[in-house]
Design a protein around this ligand. Structure first.
Ligand code: BV8
Length: 250
């Protein structure tokens, strides 16, 4: 099947699909110029992302971990959403039921106009007091001091993200599983599908009778049970799908 015939076949099904759920990963922000988590560009100095994104790394050297987040915030602040983010923002109002679940912490889906985003792993623009749990929205680039201190109690602030070995926000995770089990079509976009429990969401969808659509330049554990698996960039494939959709959903 050619790419265009696969897209036409998908669009035929999408035109009558009421409930769509999307799981996005770092790959959807790649075309905005943001390094993915496991790609070679995901390295910072000589460290691997997954080695820095842990509570133990933070407790051992909060300044080092904050230098890494400050570096990421600087990159993200200078980038814009790409067509992939924008199509998903448009689909939020196109499909009768549309839920966007992201593993990303960059906030680009919201910047593209997505209103209700389930952020499984938190948000890099929020800081949390390690003493009192107070949350602060902070867009300073660069941060004035590293590590930043709580303006209320002087305690250490941490990024409001979920590190490896930490539990995901319960309400958000439960909603993500519920929406994955009740959708008719689940898109897995730009994720290597290795990080749990997020990576189980497409499987949950297919076990509940949904069809899975993957968009990724390479195959992943999701590929084997996808109805459609597009080997390409999200910023190119999503607009091609959108272009073929009827202007109004049935
Ligand atoms: C937890 C926030 C309970 C920080 C991140 C089984 C069950 C439960 C837990 C585990 C389990 N097995 C192992 C675990 C532990 C661990 C885990 O999953 N480890 C893996 C690596 C084996 N999970 C956890 O620790 C989770 N916690 O389960 O709590 C618990 C509690 C105590 C003890 C045990 C369990 C917490 C996980 C959250 C970690 N935090 N981020 C930060 O960002 O700084 S995860 C990090 O990985 C990012 O959020 C990232 O989004 C996420 C997933 O990665 P991807 O998004 O997929 O990105 P990646 O770079 O890997 O891939 C990019 C893809 O895009 C590639 O496939 C590429 O081909 C593609 N691509 C590239 N360009 C494009 C593209 N696609 C489309 N278009 C393009 N242009």
């Amino acid at each position: 099947m050619t790419l265009q015939s696969s897209i036409s076949s998908l669009v035929k099904q999408l035109a009558s699909t009421q409930k769509v759920t999307v799981l996005s990963g770092a790959g959807i922000s790649a075309e905005s110029g943001i390094p993915t988590f496991r790609g070679k560009e995901g390295l910072w100095k000589k460290y691997r992302a997954q080695d820095l994104a842990t509570l133990s790394s933070f407790m051992k050297d909060p300044k080092l971990v904050w230098e890494w987040y400050d570096w990421r915030r600087k990159i993200i602040a200078s980038k814009e959403p790409n067509p992939g983010h924008k199509i998903l923002a448009k689909w939020e109002n196109y499909f009768p039921s549309f839920v966007l679940i992201t593993q990303n912490v960059d906030g680009l889906h919201q910047k593209a106009g997505s209103q209700n985003v389930l952020e499984l792993h938190g948000n890099i623009w929020k800081l949390r007091c390690t003493q009192e749990g107070t949350l602060f929205e902070n867009h300073e680039v660069p941060l004035k001091e590293l590590p930043p201190r709580c303006p209320q109690c002087g305690g250490l602030l941490r990024p409001h993200v979920v590190w490896f070995g930490e539990s995901l926000p319960t309400t958000t995770l439960n909603k993500a599983f519920t929406e994955s089990s009740r959708c008719e079509m689940m898109f897995s976009i730009g994720t290597s599908a290795v990080v749990q429990p997020a990576a189980s969401l497409p499987l949950k969808a297919v076990e509940s009778g949904a069809k899975v659509v993957e968009i990724n330049p390479v195959s992943t554990p999701v590929t084997s049970y996808s109805e459609f698996s597009f080997r390409g960039n999200a910023g190119e494939i999503l607009p091609q799908i959108d272009k073929k959709l009827p202007s109004e959903h049935l």
